[in-house]
Every structure is written in structure tokens, then in C-alpha cells.
Design a protein around this ligand. Structure first.
Ligand code: NOJ
Length: 537
């Protein structure tokens, strides 16, 4: 029997609950709505849903500002309905993980309210205070567009408090053992409800030390290992997915000896997929993957094309950042912090060939892919909306009112209604039955990958190197399967020479395409096209 843990080769689907589906007609996405759409997710081949924060929250940072760690926000429904959703996910043979936001809470959380009002309250020490804002100055600012300092003055407290994100999100003080215990209990609370694990938000920032950059500190890893130990001992089989927007060698310690996180996002890979497509040269992508250290056998990278945040450019050089901004965000409105607040399809000119190529890259590289809701149907964005809301608009289910998201007259977010990306043109219902739709194109690529042992878990062997890489080519090989992947990054036809054994080879996505192998097999690849080749038996 195959003993590979499920998460080593899983499809994750990221649901932004506010915008996914409104089940009770109040204009706000909810648990009942998501439950109604599980058949759809199953039909896409999804293994695990990642549901973004559903905790009570003032929603200053869309739920990443939590005011109660052990409840659900009534706008999403009741705890009972959440429970029913979890059960229904399992009944569909899928799993569900949720956000665990450890680093901070909302300034409206009772802990913070008690802390600011009374220096002698035990909650004072749940947060990081200072009489001066000149401490920890080596620590960078993350929300560069809006924040000048990681300290905010609190009038009531008469002190500054530490926050790595918005001032409405005071950092918790992980030096306080009570905070650590409280967070472990939060994990137990949700695991007891039946979820399958967590996507752990912003984990590099848990501790602060003088004279340090205050990211990835050893104390942080120590605490995260405790979290994992709890999961292994009390909830065996549960997973932890690490959100650390860092270089691969900095993320590597989060896998530790296989006893910290099982999964970690590969942040630097993502912008390099876009850079390779934009520059028509995959050099930077090959380099970052070659620079990516090996991880323990029970661990896996999570790959992704887009998510609910800006397309982050933190993990590229200053020169590449300028290039990316000029190329993909010519309008300053498209930029956000150190990134680009646009969706996949508008970024790639709404060109199915380029999007398919981007998916080909993600699906043929090692890792468990994470899909962002709406990208599978080609949804657009609305850069006029505040902060990152432009990439968080309503899921477009059909061409009826509000794109089928809700029957309400007023919805929590606008639905996209422009002539190109609007819900009348771009929606699930119209694409379901059309074999050539975006949805079915992506679904088909997804199922082709899943059917290939080599693409799922084979080793990667590079067929390219150097500075000019117009064709991104590699072999994926497992014990039972071998696939040659050739991807033309450019707008011109390219030819690539493979050293193949004699025999017939076919393309997994278009089996009617066949070539004869020889030690010098020359293959012509049409502009922005790709082959996933396998030898015929
Ligand atoms: C990362 C999340 O992805 C982002 O949306 C959020 O603003 C920050 N963490 C703070 O929690």
C-alpha cells in the first residue's frame, strides 16, 4: 500500500469565505454557501480546502484581526454550521484546514482591551509594550504603503505597543508562557471540532529580541515545534502549513527534521513564474529552484500562482522588482506594498495560452499546488477597490444577479461586471459544459497531473541551465513513471533536442501527438505551448 502522506501530493483550494457563496441571502458569504459548493470543488479534483479566517473580527484586515480565537463570526454563520461544513467536506472525501493567526490579534480583542486599561492586568504582558518607539529598529516594516513604524502609541495605555501589520493588529507576546498555552488551546479547540490542520499565518514574527531583525528567531522555531508535537500527539495525521514569505534557505528551518511544519509555501518561486513568462526566459526560475535546499522526506512545498494578497515581490532583487512593476503593474494603482494587487488572468493578458503555461509550470514542478478561488474560471480584478479587495471580489457562479453569489440586493463586495471579466461573460455555469472553457482546460491539466506518478512525486532532473532559457525543460521521474516536460516561454516557435531511447512518445495532454525517439530527437514547440511527454509501452 502507498504510504505517502496525502498532503505530499494534494490539491489545495483557497476559499475567501466572505466572497465565495452566500447561502442565506444576506449578501455575505457563509458556511452554508460553501457547503452548497462542495460538489463543484470535488469535481475540480480538490483534496483539501483552506478556509481563510472565519473568527469574530472587526475585519480591518479581512479577519486576520481576530477578536475571539474560539468562535466564528456570525456573518459566516454559527459554530454548528461550521461544524456541518466540516462534516460535509469529509463526506465528500476532502479535507479542510483553516487559518491559525498566532502572531497577533485584533485591538478589539478583550485581551488587548484589558491590557491597555490596566498595567497590572495579567493581560498587559500578553502584548509587547515600550516607553519608546526607538526599540527594535532593525525590524523591517511589512505594510510599507501605510506604516511608518512597527510601534503604535496607545493613549489609554500610555505606552507604545508592537505590531508587525496594521496597528489594529497588536502582536502577542510569545515570551509569556500563558500566551503560548492560550495558542495551543486555540489549536485544540478547532482540532476538536474536526478540522484537518492549519495554515499558520505570519509565523516568522512571533518573538522579538534586541538588536535583531526579529524574523525566524530560534525561539520561534522552538515554539512551533511545540505546536507540531501537540498535533502529532493529540491529533495524529493533522497538518501544519507554514506561511513564511522568505527565501528558501530561510524557510528550510521551518521543516526542521520533519518535526515542525509538513508544508511550506514556496514564495520566491511564484513571482519567478511570472518573470519567466514576461521575460520569455526561465533563468530566474531555474536558479531559485536550484538554490532550494532539500527538505525532509515527510515534508512538501506548496506552490501557487496567486492568492488573496498582493503578488508579493519581497523575494526578488530590487532590479527584478522594478522590472515586474513596470511590466505587470504599469498603473501605480496596481501596486500595493512590495507587490502587485492583480489577479492571474489580467496579469497574463487574459490569454489562455499564457495561463495554461503558468499552470503547466506549477503542475509539473514538485510541490502541492494551492489554487485561488476564481482563477480556475478566469476571474478578473478591480483595482479601484481598497487595499487587496480588488482580488477578493465575489465568486462568479452564473450570469444571474450578483453572479449567482447571492440573492440579496446589497452584497459585501461588488461583483465584477465589466465587458471582459464580468460575471455575465465569466462564470462557472457557462464554462461547465464547454470542453474548451478555461475551467475545463485547467481541470483537465489538473487531472492529467494527478494521473502521473512522476509528476506527482518524481524527482526533477534539469535539462536546461545558464542565462538564456527560452524552453523550460526537465524530466520528472519516479519508480514507475517518467515524463519529459518542455515549455516554450516565448512568443516564437522553439526547437528543443532531447536524448531519447528508441520508441514512440506521446503528450499526456494531447495523446494524439506522437513523436519517435532517438538520441537527437528534435521537437518543435509552438509559441507559449508545452508538452508533457511519456514513452508508450
Ligand atoms: C498574511 C495574510 O496572508 C495577510 O492577508 C494578512 O494581512 C497578514 N498575514 C497579517 O495577518
Amino acid at each position: 500500500m502507498d504510504k505517502t502522506p496525502w498532503y505530499m501530493n494534494a490539491y489545495f483550494y483557497q476559499i475567501y469565505p466572505r466572497s465565495f457563496m452566500d447561502g442565506n441571502g444576506d449578501g455575505y458569504g457563509d458556511f452554508v454557501g460553501i457547503t452548497q459548493k462542495l460538489d463543484y470543488l470535488k469535481s475540480l479534483g480538490i483534496d483539501c480546502i483552506w478556509i481563510q479566517p472565519i473568527y469574530p473580527s472587526p475585519m480591518f484586515d479581512d479577519g486576520y484581526d481576530i477578536s475571539d480565537f474560539v468562535n466564528v463570526d456570525p456573518r459566516f454563520g454559527t459554530l454548528e454550521e461550521y461544524h456541518q461544513l466540516i462534516d460535509a467536506v469529509h463526506a465528500h472525501g476532502m479535507k479542510i484546514i483553516m487559518d491559525l493567526v498566532m502572531n497577533h490579534c485584533s485591538s478589539e480583542h478583550p485581551w488587548f482591551q484589558a491590557a491597555r486599561k490596566d498595567r497590572n492586568s495579567k493581560y498587559r504582558d500578553y502584548f509587547v509594550w515600550s516607553d519608546t518607539d526607538q526599540k527594535y529598529l532593525e525590524t523591517r516594516i511589512i505594510f510599507t504603503d501605510t506604516q511608518k513604524s512597527n510601534w503604535a502609541w496607545d493613549e489609554v495605555a500610555g505606552q507604545y505597543y508592537w505590531h508587525r501589520f496594521y496597528p489594529q493588529q497588536p502582536d502577542l507576546n510569545f515570551d509569556n508562557p500563558e500566551v503560548q498555552e492560550a495558542m495551543l488551546n486555540v489549536m485544540r479547540h478547532w482540532m476538536d471540532l474536526g478540522i484537518d490542520g492549519f495554515r499558520a499565518d505570519a509565523v516568522p514574527y512571533l518573538f522579538e529580541r534586541d538588536g535583531m531583525e526579529n524574523e525566524n528567531l530560534p525561539e520561534t522555531h522552538e515554539f512551533l515545534k511545540r505546536c507540531r508535537k501537540l498535533m502529532d500527539e493529540e491529533y495524529p495525521g493533522a497538518v501544519l502549513l507554514c506561511e513564511a514569505n522568505m527565501w528558501p534557505k530561510e524557510v528550510r528551518p521551518y521543516f526542521a527534521d520533519g518535526d515542525e511544519f509538513q508544508l511550506g509555501f514556496h514564495f520566491p518561486l511564484m513571482p519567478r513564474i511570472f518573470m519567466s513568462l514576461g521575460k520569455q526566459n526561465a533563468e530566474s526560475l531555474v536558479k531559485i529552484l536550484k538554490d532550494t535546499p532539500d527538505i525532509p522526506e515527510n515534508c512538501q512545498w506548496c506552490t501557487f500562482l496567486r492568492n488573496h494578497d498582493e503578488l508579493t515581490l519581497e523575494m526578488v532583487t530590487e532590479e527584478d522588482r522594478q522590472w515586474m512593476w513596470n511590466f505587470y503593474a504599469p498603473d501605480p494603482e496596481m501596486r500595493k506594498n512590495l507587490g502587485i494587487r492583480r489577479r492571474l488572468w489580467p496579469l497574463l493578458d487574459n490569454d489562455p495560452k499564457k495561463v495554461a503555461l503558468a499552470y503547466s509550470m506549477m503542475l509539473t514542478m514538485p510541490g502541492s499546488p494551492v489554487f485561488y478561488y476564481g482563477d480556475e474560471i478566469g476571474m478578473g480584478d478591480d483595482i479601484r477597490l481598497y487595499d487587496r479587495n480588488g482580488v477578493r471580489t465575489l465568486m462568479q457562479w452564473d450570469d444571474t444577479k450578483n453572479g449567482g453569489f447571492s440573492t440579496a440586493d446589497k452584497t459585501c463586495m461588488p461583483v465584477i461586471d465589466d465587458p471582459v471579466y464580468g460575471y455575465k461573460q465569466v462564470n462557472v455555469a457557462s464554462q461547465e459544459g464547454d470542453p474548451n472553457s478555461h475551467l475545463n482546460m485547467i481541470r483537465s491539466l489538473m487531472s492529467t497531473r494527478k494521473a502521473s506518478d512522476a509528476l506527482c512525486r518524481g524527482k526533477l532532473k534539469w535539462l536546461v541551465d545558464g542565462e538564456n532559457i527560452p524552453v523550460l525543460a526537465y524530466i520528472r521521474e519516479s519508480e514507475y513513471d517518467k515524463v519529459w516536460v518542455l515549455q516554450n516561454m516565448t512568443d516564437n516557435e522553439q526547437s528543443f533536442t532531447l536524448d531519447l531511447q528508441e520508441g514512440t512518445y506521446y503528450d499526456l495532454n494531447h495523446p494524439e501527438f506522437e513523436i519517435q525517439g532517438s538520441s537527437k530527437t528534435e521537437i518543435k514547440i509552438a509559441p507559449r505551448s508545452f508538452y508533457w511527454l511519456r514513452k508508450k509501452n
